[in-house]
Ligand binder design. Structure first.
Ligand code: HEC
Ligand code: HEC
Length: 343
């Protein structure tokens, strides 16, 4: 169970003891009720490196292949080799010697494309990540056995298991012993410059932890935009909205439209999670908003576009999928659709 959950449990435990004195502020009654054990179970889904927390189940490579082609290949490529939505998951560069030694030799070559299987040290991380986050357009929609199956297929693509393999909670720790980069995770160095000192070694606090307020490590300015401007990568699927990391944009917060015709409602677009895939002037994962506006100009397409925004789609502009954006309220959808159709 993560530390965050444990901390909230402490609060919940206090709240459930009836220790309310005469000074107990009435407003606190509105703060809720203790979480039920089912509610805690629903949140407590993390799988640890030693596989604690892993639910029992199994899935075959062949079953995973079918599922992969239906649910995952669109974005990651038939063989996990696509570089379009995200870096490739599997694409060679792992050898039988790496599997023996547990360190991927090709990582020493800066010119080699880095894949998930070249880097990841713990199989639990992949199980957990797929279980909670994939497919990107419908997270948490896979059953436990489907997660095993699709992971078995990925392990086969990375030459770690044979095609007739069935991955299960019983044999997953043996497969961990074949992870190509299982010995490749080191903590003996700084992530950026840390004056030669490791900056990632600490002692895990589990009980009675002091909650500190100081940040002890941060990115130096020159490294802030190492992954592009995170603010332009805001997504609905993912824990954090990105922060501004591009130095020359530091003061240019997203703005609302000026009211002039054709002015982009940038604030609404970024709050609605569109900017990670669409930009106004250039195509990214999805088409440029300018191109959409041009295509539908004068066609009274508001209702069509509103439906597209709510339900998502594929095939009008290419093979990439636009996920349903059902979390938006009707007013925001109409405002976006009206702007896009010029209506
Ligand atoms: C709509 C596009 C899309 C679909 C469909 C999709 N993914 Fe992903 N996947 C992504 C994106 C984007 C990321 C990176 C997400 C991030 O960093 O926030 C990702 C990341 C991953 C990663 C982590 C890779 C790493 O190195 O961190 C795995 C594993 C993965 N996906 C597996 C799957 C599986 C399994 C399925 C099908 C059940 C699937 N994906 C379906 C877009 C997709
Ligand atoms: C995960 C990436 C992603 C996100 C997030 C996303 N889109 Fe899209 N969008 C796409 C892709 C890919 C297409 C092209 C789909 C196609 O070819 O049919 C698309 C197409 C569209 C279209 C054109 C539909 C058509 O039939 O011509 C509109 C309008 C649109 N998106 C609006 C939005 C809006 C508004 C948001 C935010 C609320 C948003 N999108 C968020 C990926 C995304």
């Amino acid at each position: 169970m993560s530390r965050l959950v444990s901390v909230s449990l402490v609060f919940l435990a206090c709240a459930s003891l009836d220790v309310r004195g005469a000074n107990y502020p009435a407003a606190l009654d509105a703060l809720g009720r203790p979480a039920t054990s089912e509610e805690i179970r629903a949140w407590d889904i993390d799988v640890r490196p030693d596989f604690q927390g892993l639910p029992p189940g199994s899935g075959s490579v062949a079953g995973g292949e079918t599922l992969w082609l239906e649910r995952c290949a669109n974005c990651h490529g038939d063989f996990g080799d696509s570089n379009a939505f995200f870096t490739p998951i599997a694409l060679g560069n792992v050898t039988e010697e790496d599997i023996e030694s547990g360190r991927v030799a090709a990582l020493r070559d800066p010119a080699v494309v880095r894949t998930t299987f070249m880097k990841v040290a713990t199989l639990s991380t992949l199980w957990d990540y797929i279980n909670r986050a994939m497919p990107w357009n419908a997270p948490k929609s896979l059953t436990t056995d489907e997660v095993y199956a699709v992971l078995a297929y990925l392990l086969n693509l990375a030459y770690i298991v044979d095609y007739d393999f069935v991955l299960s909670n019983d044999n997953i720790s043996e497969v961990q012993q074949r992870m190509p980069n299982r010995n490749g995770m080191t903590r003996e160095h700084g992530l950026w410059t840390a004056s030669g000192r490791p900056d990632v070694i600490g002692s895990a606090c589990v009980t009675d932890c002091a909650v500190g307020t100081s940040i002890t490590s941060y990115l130096p300015d020159y490294a802030m935009d190492a992954h592009g401007n995170l603010q332009e990568q805001m997504r609905d699927y993912g824990p954090f909205p990105g922060i501004q990391t591009e130095p020359d944009k530091a003061s240019a917060a997203p703005r609302g439209g000026s009211g002039e015709e054709g002015d982009a409602p940038l604030l609404l677009l970024s709050q609605s999670g569109c900017i990670g895939c669409h930009q106004v002037g250039k195509s990214l994962v999805g088409p440029a908003f300018d191109d959409i506006r041009e295509r539908y100009a004068g066609r009274k397409a508001s209702a069509y576009l509103a439906e597209k925004i709510r339900e998502g789609g594929q095939g009008v502009w290419g093979n990439a999928v636009m996920p349903p954006m059902r979390q938006l309220d009707a007013k925001a959808v109409m405002a976006l659709a009206n702007w896009l159709s010029g209506q």
